[in-house]
Design a protein around this ligand. Structure first.
Ligand code: DSN
Length: 412
């Protein structure tokens, strides 16, 4: 049974190596992140915070958490950081609980326009516990219409406005969101999970300058371990948030993950990381351009960040589900995704979401993304032609062989 697990891990390692990974929320971590996360720190219980624990033996894990906190503060330019959230969802839950009472009103981006489940979806605790009103992207432009958001905010007077998205390919103007929040006396929370790496590299406006609270995951463009963080400049909110994370909604922190977060934040402060993020954006632009030249319709007609949404229904008369499946059959991983005003369901969808963070970590440059774009286009235009699909599989294999994720034999 134990062997089965390790054999499945080996299979997954090979799958990752042999796949063109375009899932916009994934990435490949460094060996140091893997080493910290797979370390003996997993043995330690450390409920509480550095210097205020409910267990003995926390001398070293205190130091580790303090370093993680300091690194996060320095990286994003904030006064307070909580590095204990197990995920982005628990980070968001903690902020809502710290700032709001049950049934308070939240204004957030609708899931279909690019928002996240925890931004008020009826299927998540957020939709159950709070009174949610949504804003959408503009039907014509596919972009946020700030005048429209302001109008809804002034009418609804939410206690909290949430900015940030899971599938929005344009820059978000957090200064504008702050102004809107101010005009209706609301808190502003930014969930920067997708773009945290771009923010860290100075390639996107930093929401910490504007929002009352910023949440993020650490494993998307930021390229760290799976987990969450909460950042704020307010001492009062920081205290409430700390109490809400522990003992409010979590028990013992995952100190091995906190160590890996500390490593990830340190890596994100290097010049290499900035170059990496610049390449992520360049690669997204080129992939988007190639797909447009091949006749594909891109929601909002472009990208400013690491991802794009392709309307496969309008482009090749396929559902997102069909497109995801046929691409997977030739070794390309992406996810079906609702597009704004999508008439289908999340299990079918009219779009696919493509992101460049993972392949850029492997070393893919612009010319490689031209090839990726052409493979995608040929595949979606010839989904019934086995000979063409076999040829595409070979092209995928060639790209994957050219860029190993970890060197051969490494099984960290
Ligand atoms: N589900 C994640 C994504 O793929 O964007 C967000 O948590």
């Amino acid at each position: 049974m134990i062997d089965d697990i390790f054999s499945l891990i080996e299979k997954e390692r090979k799958r990752q190596q042999d796949t063109i990974e375009l899932i916009a929320s994934e990435n490949f971590v460094s060996k140091n992140v893997l080493k910290a996360q797979g370390s003996i720190l997993t043995n330690k219980y450390a409920e509480g915070y550095p210097g205020k624990r409910y267990y003995g033996g926390c001398k070293f894990v205190d130091e580790i958490e303090e370093i993680a906190i300091e690194n996060a503060k320095k990286l994003f330019g904030v006064k307070y950081a909580n590095v204990q959230p197990h995920s982005g969802s628990s980070a968001n839950m903690a902020v809502y609980r710290a700032l709001l009472k049950k049934k308070d009103k939240i204004l957030a981006m609708d899931l279909n326009s690019g928002g996240h489940l925890t931004h008020g979806s009826a299927l998540s605790f957020s939709g159950e516990d709070y009174n949610i009103v949504f804003y959408n992207v503009d039907k014509e432009t596919g972009q946020i219409n700030y005048d429209e958001v302001r109008k809804i905010a002034l009418k609804e007077k939410p206690r909290l406005i949430v900015a940030g998205a899971s599938s929005y390919s344009r820059k978000i103007d957090f200064a504008e969101f702050k102004d809107i929040a101010k005009s209706c006396n609301s808190y502003l929370m930014v969930d920067m999970a997708h773009i945290a790496g771009l923010v860290a590299a100075g390639l996107h406006q930093n929401p910490c300058r504007y929002a009352d609270v910023v949440t993020s995951t650490t494993h998307k463009t930021l390229r760290g371990p799976r987990g969450g963080i909460i950042l704020t400049n307010s001492e009062e909110l920081a205290k409430k948030i700390d109490k809400t994370i522990f003992p409010g909604i979590q028990g013992g922190p995952l100190v091995h993950v906190i160590a890996a977060k500390a490593v990830c934040f340190a890596e994100a402060m290097t010049h290499n990381f900035i170059s990496y993020q610049k390449q992520v954006i360049k690669n997204a632009k080129i992939l988007c351009d190639v797909l447009k030249m091949e006749g594909f319709k891109i929601v909002s007609n472009g990208t400013d960040n690491h991802l794009m949404l392709v309307d496969v229904k309008k482009s090749v008369n396929m559902t997102g589900k069909e497109a995801e499946n046929i691409l997977e059959s030739i070794g390309i991983a992406c996810n079906k995704n609702m597009i704004p005003y999508d008439p289908t369901t999340p299990f079918i969808t009219s779009g696919i979401r493509l992101g460049t963070a993972s392949l850029t970590t492997r070393g893919f440059k612009e010319n490689d993304f031209v090839e990726v774009g052409k493979i995608i286009s040929t595949c979606l235009h010839n989904s019934d032609d086995k000979r063409i699909l076999d040829d595409l599989k070979t092209r995928v294999n060639n790209l994957c062989r050219k860029y190993p994720i970890y060197e051969e034999g490494y099984n960290g």
